[in-house]
Each structure stands twice: as structure tokens, then as C-alpha cells.
Design a protein around this ligand. Structure first.
Ligand SMILES: [Zn+2]
Length: 409
């Protein structure tokens, strides 16, 4: 009997380790029940409810991979900055490091800069988008700026010298440089020509987001009438001193047509803001984003930026700019926001994953991902939740095991 049991165990192990047809056990994120998921040709082929998962997976959840719509860079790589030194290898490295944090799809995000830098980097990113080594992890690109408010506070950290009014011809040059892969633009609706610009983007099927702006209620309504769909990182890209009645927050919260993205890292928005935003927009209309920069995953310490600013990355993951006592962007991957939003709002894991995977998949028409269902891409994460933190154990992209924590040294 023992011998037979050994043989059967070996066979099961071999089946489990078959990279082409992996079998994954764990607790389904949506209801916590134990499941066995089978994968074939990179897609989920079956989900079976089982009595009890294998011992080592008893406390591991399985969820669709996280989809981050605002990634400025990661692991020392910046998609906009870096002295124009973005390389194909850099894109690959950032993607591989993001896999370790549970991100299986993302939008590399380019922020306000010169036409030359943006074009050069879009060309590199456009060439890499469908590189087989990235397994389809890049859905398209997000251009945040340069058509935003020049006003201090609303502009955020975007360099003033490169902020400009919407220019369709310039945008089309960038769009073509990217291989027609810009799928979201964040724009300030009060800038000259913005409404016409928004209409043209919508005609092309590009998601228009409102951000880094000080638009009036009427301007926000007009932009939304013309197809703007989401407010970028609501509550950030906003001046500290605002009119209590007339400010961009109320109209974006009150218009049910607008979704919002929120940076949930615990540093960009306080608990009360997160709670109120979530209460108003709900699970269906909220997207958790990271807005993470190239400092994400770097060790804590002091750094000097390309602009010569001295900044500090704390052990808690806060990126500080001590000279002005402000944040210098985010260093936290989206998984931190998922855990923190659950903690602060009390929402379920199912709802948090919807906001960090299902909703962005829907917004960008990524019909093949964002849920765990037969026929979807096998973009899956296995994780524990410890002290409101998602601890990623394994990441699968298109059925390939791209990260396994047991290989960490
Ligand atoms: Zn921003």
C-alpha cells in the first residue's frame, strides 16, 4: 500500500509541476472556499470546489492578478525620467519585479516632459509591449500630462516648463510612436482646447481621465458629457488650500458617470478620505492604483533624484522630500493599497480585488482577464494576508509561473 501511495504521490507531483498544465489549489478570493484550478494553453480550463486544499496551501488565497493603471516606473527604472536612458532591458526588469508584487497587467505611465523624451520612450515601450518575454503584461500606456494645470498644487510634481495646453497633432505623433498603444490620457478639462481634445481621444477609443486640474463643476460636467470616464488619483494632484464650496473634488464625487482611481498606500490619502470616496463611489466605480515610481522596491535610505533633490525612502515605504516636507510620489506597489483599503474601509477581499483587477480590466476592455473563470487568461496570484498586507507567494502570467517566493534567497 505504501509503495502504491508513493507512486501516486509522485504522479500527482509531476502533474502539478507540469508547467504547461499547472494545477493550483487554494482558497478562492471571492468566497474563501477551497478550489483546484486547472490551466491549459495559458488559460483557466477548470475550477473545481474541493473539500480541503493540500496542506501547504491551506491559508493561501487565489485571485486574478492585479492590474495597475498607473506605473511610472519600478525597481530603479523610470518610464519618463532617467536621462532618456530607458531601455528594453529596463522595461523587462520593471515587469519582472512587478510580477513579484502580484501585478500581472499594467499601464506604463509617462508623465509631463518634453516631446522628445516622451516620443523616445514611447517608441521603446511600444516595441516592448508585445515582446514574448513580457507575456502580455503591458496592456497599453497611460499618458499623464503634459496637458494639465500649470498652477502650483494642482500640477503636483510635474515640471512646469513642460506643462502645455492640449495639442492634438503632438498627441497623434506620440500615439503613433507608441504603436497606437496609448489607452489612457489624463488631462485638465479647463485648459484651452481640452474639450475638443477629449472628444477626439474618445473617438479613438482612448479612456480619458481628469487629473491635475482645477476645473469648475461646469467644466467637469462638460468633459464628462464628452466622454471623460474617470478621475485620476482623486484627492491628489489637488492644491492644499481650496475653496470649501467650489473645488474639483465635489463635482467629481457627485457625478455618477465618473469612476475614480485612488492611491491607497496610506500616505497619499488619509483614512477618512478613503472611506468617504469609497462610500460615494462604491466597489463598482473605484479603481485602486499605485502611481508607483522607479523608487518602488528599492531599499529604504536617502537618494538624490535626477533633478538634484534629496529624498528619503522610509522603512514604512513613504517617499519623503524633507526640504518641503511633502511626498515625492509613491514607492508602494498596488498590493499595499489593496491591503490598506481593506483595513480602512472594511471592504471584503472580493471587493478589494474587484477594484484592483476586475474594474481596470473592464475599463480597458481587457475581456480576457480580471476574474477567475474558465476561458480567462491564467493570470493568477497566490497570497496570504498578514496584518492587512498581501504577501505574494506565487504569480502566474498566462499560465506561466513567473514568481515563486520559495526561490527567493
Ligand atoms: Zn499624478
Amino acid at each position: 500500500m505504501k509503495f502504491h501511495f508513493l507512486i501516486i504521490s509522485v504522479i500527482i507531483t509531476l502533474i502539478s509541476c507540469n508547467q504547461n498544465q499547472p494545477r493550483i489549489e487554494g482558497l478562492l478570493y471571492s468566497d474563501g472556499t477551497p478550489v483546484l484550478i486547472t490551466i491549459k494553453d495559458g488559460k483557466i480550463s477548470g475550477i473545481m470546489r474541493i473539500g480541503k486544499p493540500a496542506k501547504k496551501n491551506t491559508v493561501l488565497y487565489i485571485a486574478p492578478g492585479l492590474i495597475d493603471n498607473q506605473v511610472n516606473g519600478f525597481a530603479g527604472i523610470s518610464f519618463t525620467f532617467g536621462g532618456g536612458e530607458l531601455t528594453a532591458e529596463g522595461v523587462k526588469k520593471a515587469t519582472q519585479e512587478l510580477w513579484k508584487t502580484g501585478v500581472t497587467t499594467y499601464l506604463p505611465t509617462l508623465t509631463t516632459n518634453s516631446f522628445e523624451v516622451l516620443k523616445k520612450n514611447f517608441i521603446i515601450l511600444g516595441r516592448m509591449k508585445d515582446d514574448p518575454s513580457l507575456l502580455g503584461s503591458i496592456a497599453g500606456f497611460h499618458l499623464e500630462g503634459p496637458y494639465i494645470s500649470p498652477v502650483d498644487g494642482y500640477r503636483g510634481a510635474h515640471p512646469l516648463k513642460f506643462v502645455r495646453k492640449p495639442d492634438w497633432n503632438e498627441f497623434i505623433s506620440l500615439y503613433e510612436a507608441s504603436g497606437n498603444n496609448i489607452i489612457q490620457v489624463t488631462v485638465a478639462p479647463e485648459t484651452e482646447g481640452a474639450i475638443e481634445f477629449i472628444s477626439k481621444c474618445v473617438e479613438k477609443g482612448i479612456v480619458v481621465a481628469l487629473g491635475h486640474h482645477n476645473a469648475s463643476a461646469a467644466q467637469i460636467t462638460e468633459a464628462t458629457d464628452h466622454g471623460a470616464r474617470i478621475a485620476t488619483h482623486l484627492g491628489n494632484g489637488c492644491a492644499n488650500m481650496i475653496n470649501r464650496h467650489l473645488n474639483p473634488l465635489w463635482p467629481q464625487l457627485s457625478d455618477d458617470r465618473l469612476m475614480i482611481s485612488i492611491i491607497g498606500d496610506g500616505f497619499h490619502l488619509n483614512a477618512e478620505e478613503l472611506k468617504v470616496f469609497y462610500k460615494v463611489k462604491g466597489t463598482e466605480k473605484t479603481i485602486i492604483t499605485s502611481d508607483v515610481t522607479g523608487y518602488g522596491s528599492l531599499p529604504p535610505g536617502k537618494y538624490v533624484t535626477e533633478e538634484g533633490d534629496s529624498i528619503e525612502l522610509t522603512t514604512a515605504g513613504m517617499l519623503r522630500y524633507p526640504a518641503q516636507n511633502v511626498l515625492y510620489g509613491s514607492a508602494s506597489p498596488i498590493k499595499k493599497g489593496v491591503g490598506n483599503v481593506m483595513k480602512v474601509t472594511g471592504c471584503s477581499l472580493r471587493d478589494a480585488i474587484q477594484m484592483a483587477s476586475t474594474n481596470p480590466a473592464r475599463l480597458y476592455n481587457l475581456d480576457d482577464r480580471g476574474t477567475v473563470e474558465p476561458g480567462k487568461r491564467a493570470d493568477l496570484i497566490l497570497f496570504q494576508i498578514i496584518d492587512n498586507e498581501l504577501v505574494i507567494k506565487q504569480t502566474y502570467v498566462s499560465g506561466n509561473l513567473v514568481y515563486d517566493c520559495s526561490n527567493d534567497h
